[in-house]
Design a protein around this ligand. Structure first.
Ligand code: SF4
Length: 468
């Protein structure tokens, strides 16, 4: 769905470039040229790609699901793990054949991976058929980059990370029409020692609360039922801004918007999770009762090496405070196994904390050294095989807990967002606020609506019946 914002705050020079590109494309092609976008990585990248699609449509492109026959192909890349980067090099390499068949095709690479100098250099010298390489803070200049490629014939490499004001009112083409992403801030100031994000997304910058409320209101008006607020660390929203609106206040402001919708958010840093925020989650009926609190390790010694700035004890205190203040709160988390210097004893501490908190689900990773981060230079004596054994032990434990958490829902009445038809004829699949999937008998007209469902049983999915 295209949201053509009034382009008021969208830089006038980019609006002009958009117009000129449109004129060139319509004079060059007998039918609208096609654009194909490949997105890797996190929700923030998916949301950025929706803005890139919005700009391309405003320039006259139509979106296509395949590079075949495309006039513009863009890879929006991720730098969080090594194998993600290897896949990108492979897929961009595959563009060589396409370009040979369609020399006028434009091939572009952007996102966190492209933001790294050494990566941009590699595309410059080893991938001569790549036309545009641009970073995470200049995506709004895509019209200019395409215009210069079309008129000057030059390849464009633009990586400036100047942390200036966020560019607003970029046209957005959202992938779905039930659930939507709403970025509230960009960048991160935390510098966890294993993480590349602060180096590729820059310093924290929060959007103006009015712009966020305006976008949320437009999404509700357009029928969105779930709004996911995005930021690398949403808990520090508004930090350093003179408007005095922090994340807890922002949640209350969005919760005050008229309409039947729910609010979710990602990602929270435990060190910035305040009692004020917990109370806002409790008081705001539209906000999900789920807290995604990345723990990363259960060992305070490893948390220090990670520069996470909380201890195991502090983390558990926060979990217990949340349980006390928010009835029915569910927790999810991220865990890294095999951080440099981690011993099996440290790992056992992670395992025991997982047993103590009982997360409804976990995102688990084996440590992946990122060039340029402090952890990449740390001594790392434990073999990949050994880390793999720890990782398997963690997954076994979490599987048991996950099943237990699902079974605890049997007999309860839960509110679900009906998202899609089930593979079983006459059945629907919906998601609880805690992101558990529920299958129940119901008409397709329920899709995109909320429904109250009584959980009857749990097989490989929660089975329920619709409450009339
Ligand atoms: S909080 Fe840490 S892990 Fe998260 S994005 Fe920032 S530096 Fe990376």
């Amino acid at each position: 769905m295209l949201f053509s914002a009034p382009l008021s705050l969208y830089p006038p020079e980019q609006t002009a470039y958009m117009q000129r590109v449109r004129e060139i494309l319509f004079s060059k092609y007998s039918s609208p040229p096609k654009a194909h976008i490949i997105t890797y990585g996190c929700q923030q990248n998916v949301s950025d790609s929706e803005r890139i699609k919005g700009m391309l449509i405003a320039m006259g492109y139509t979106l296509t699901d395949s590079p075949d026959g495309a006039d513009f192909v863009l890879f929006n890349t991720c730098a969080v793990r090594g194998h993600a980067e290897d896949r990108v090099y492979g897929n961009v390499g595959g563009m060589k054949q396409y370009k040979r068949r369609r020399p006028n095709m434009i091939v572009a690479v952007c996102g966190c991976m492209a933001q790294q100098e050494q990566v941009a250099e590699k595309f410059k010298f080893s991938y001569p058929y790549v036309d545009l390489v641009f970073g995470t803070q200049v995506e709004h200049r895509l019209p200019e980059f395409i215009y210069r490629r079309l008129t000057e014939g030059k390849r464009i490499f633009e990586l400036s990370l100047d942390n200036k004001d966020i560019v607003e009112d970029i046209p957005v083409s959202r992938d779905g029409d039930i659930k939507g992403w709403l970025p509230i801030m960009y960048g991160c100031n935390n510098f966890c020692t294993y993480c590349i994000v602060p180096y590729v997304r820059g310093r924290e910058r929060s959007r103006e609360p009015e712009k966020i409320i305006e976008e949320a209101r437009n999404m509700v008006k357009a029928g969105y039922k779930e709004i996911m607020l995005l930021g690398q660390n949403v808990n520090s929203y508004g930090a350093g801004c003179d408007h005095g609106i922090n994340f807890a206040k922002l949640l209350r402001m969005i919760n005050d918007i008229e309409g039947d919708f729910r609010i979710r958010f990602m990602t929270s840093h435990p060190k910035d999770c305040t009692v004020e925020l917990l109370d806002a989650i409790r008081d705001c009926e539209k906000v999900e009762r789920r807290l995604h609190l990345p723990m990363q390790s259960g060992s305070s010694r490893i948390l220090k090496l990670m520069n996470r700035r909380y201890t195991r004890e502090k983390y558990l205190e926060l979990i217990n405070e949340a349980k006390k203040r928010i009835p029915d709160v569910v927790f999810t988390s991220d865990i890294i196994v095999g951080f440099p210097g981690e011993t099996y004893e440290d790992f056992k501490e992670t395992l025991s904390l997982v047993k103590e908190v009982e997360y409804s689900s976990l995102f688990t990773f084996i440590f992946s050294p990122r060039e340029g981060t402090p952890a990449a230079a740390m001594e790392d004596p434990i073999s990949r095989e050994e880390k793999g054994r720890w990782f398997a032990e963690l997954l076994r434990e979490q599987d048991i807990i996950g099943l237990k958490k699902q079974r605890e829902l049997v007999g309860k009445i839960v509110r679900v967002l009906c998202e899609e038809a089930s593979s079983r004829e006459g059945y629907i699949v919906g998601k609880t606020a805690g992101t558990a999937s529920v299958e129940f008998e119901g008409d397709l007209s329920l899709i995109g609506k909320f429904a109250d469902v009584k959980i009857e049983s749990f097989t490989n999915i929660l089975n329920g019946s619709l409450m009339e």
